[in-house]
Write a protein that binds this ligand. Structure first.
Ligand code: NIG
Ligand code: FE
Length: 439
């Protein structure tokens, strides 16, 4: 089985998924089929997909890798992680499992450890985590700073992150560090001034933890100032929003044209409407992200949703759900089906970090999405691949149409449903990145 996420394949050949398998059929979030091809072949040339289709009609190739009927997926796109840090918070996790709530207060523990760590130690940890992700089928990962919260440590974190991925995010506004507890405005000035200047050269995105319910995170006005400064510096916007309460994060993300708002655990009807509206209203929105966008891999009814200028992917804000956080904080899961029913594109990511959820596994996230959030296996797979790409405004990853990067995740399983059907089992058999076998 080959899963292309490619609308051109239409999706419903023998062994493919039909619309009856899509529990939100008609909502327009994922194609009616994933572009499944049975007994398939992929031709790779210069690191890109050159051809996909039935093996029986494949063009000749110089080298052949026989995958013996295993399922081939686009490599997962993990669009949200915090994988450059030092220290350990397993005691905080253990306390939560016996009833302590998650408040974000533990972030200060990781900030202290990260400031004290050597550059080599930070690099070693980040490298190990990115390798761990790759081994679980994730060749594309976004990495945020946010455990430095001073100019030197934020910049160091992003320099290291930049060695590991092109998708780097400046999150100086993660929380207000203790030394600025009585001068929040001073910290926002630092984040939007000298810290931004030092970090922007190493970052593609800016992010902020907008959560009035967490005393050390940022309120709406502070978060707006942070995002606007980032946009002015040429970064694209993303937001940590609505994690602990139905706060202003989603609203603000849509207002500034953020590519994604992440967590979305507590949403009002107005939040859901705003997210859906960001994909239908068209019109110019701030978008200073640094890569080109196209409409590849979009919902099947994308024609109806396409803004007048044709740049479907440019205008909307993706809802990125991080169910490994709810798992690890023992919180209620986000209402994925409400978002899907409203026509909001949903991405799934790990949020891999030492506090709220320390899993690097996209297969685990997919299993949670299916079991705990009642997304169908097909919706979950779309969200973990094409959805993540959309959240990063990337058209070259997350699908296997001709021209895409040859990032392939091969499962030791006959179909993608096995990701949720066999949770916790190491099904990832091979990973190819840019057309080269990496695992
Ligand atoms: O995405 N919510 C804010 N930040 C991280 C958690 C950080 C931590 O607890 O160390 C998150 O969940
Ligand atoms: Fe996060």
């Amino acid at each position: 089985e080959l899963v292309t996420n490619d609308p051109e394949h239409g999706g419903t050949g023998p062994g493919g998924i039909d619309s009856a398998g899509m529990s939100s059929a008609g909502s327009g979030i994922v194609p009616d089929g994933l572009g499944l091809v049975a007994d398939a072949a992929v031709v790779v040339e210069n690191g890109r997909i050159a051809w996909t289709g039935p093996a029986a009609s494949a063009p000749a190739a110089d080298e052949v890798a026989d995958l013996a009927g295993r399922c081939v997926l686009p490599g997962f796109v993990d669009s949200h992680s915090h994988t450059v840090f030092a220290g350990d918070r397993s005691a905080e996790f253990a306390a939560r499992m016996t009833g302590e709530p998650y408040t974000g207060g533990g972030i200060a523990t990781t900030v202290a450890a990260t400031r004290a760590a050597s550059e080599d130690a930070l690099r070693a940890r980040g490298t190990a985590l990115v390798r761990e992700m790759l081994a679980q089928g994730t060749p594309t990962v976004e990495i945020k700073s946010g455990y430095g919260q001073d100019v030197a440590t934020e910049a160091r974190t992003l320099r290291i992150a930049r060695e590991l991925t092109a998708e780097t995010t400046y999150l100086g506004a993660h929380t207000v560090p203790a030394e600025y507890a009585d001068d929040r405005a001073g910290y926002v000035d630092l984040v939007t001034g000298p810290m931004l200047a030092a970090c922007a050269p190493h970052a593609r995105w800016i992010d902020v933890f907008c959560e009035p319910a967490a005393p050390t995170a940022f309120d709406e006005d502070e978060a707006r100032a942070v995002l606007r400064a980032g946009l002015r510096a040429g970064l694209g916007a993303r937001v940590h929003g609505n994690q602990l309460s139905a706060g202003p994060g989603v609203r603000l993300a849509v207002e500034v044209g953020a590519a994604s708002v992440d967590h979305c655990t507590h949403l009002t009807d107005a939040d859901v409407d705003a997210l859906a509206g960001s994909w239908t209203s068209g019109g110019p929105r701030p978008d200073r992200g640094r890569s080109a966008h196209t409409d590849r891999g979009q919902p099947a009814d994308r024609e109806a949703r396409r803004p007048v200028d044709g740049a479907w992917a440019r205008s909307g804000t993706v809802a990125t759900l991080l169910p490994a956080v709810e798992f690890s904080t023992r919180s209620p899961y986000p209402d994925a089906r409400r978002l899907l029913a409203a026509g909001v594109p949903v991405a799934l990511a790990t949020d891999c970090n030492p506090g709220s959820g320390y899993s690097s596994s996209m297969p685990f996230v997919v299993a949670l999405a299916v079991r705990e959030m009642r997304m169908s296996p097909a919706q979950s797979l779309w969200s973990a691949t094409a959805g993540g790409a959309l959240a990063l405004r990337r058209d070259d990853v997350g699908h296997l149409a001709v021209g895409a990067r040859a990032d392939l995740t091969v499962l030791d399983a006959p179909g993608h449903t096995y990701l949720a059907y066999r949770p916790g089992v190491p099904l990832v058999h091979q990973v190819w990145r840019n057309g080269t076998r990496a695992v």
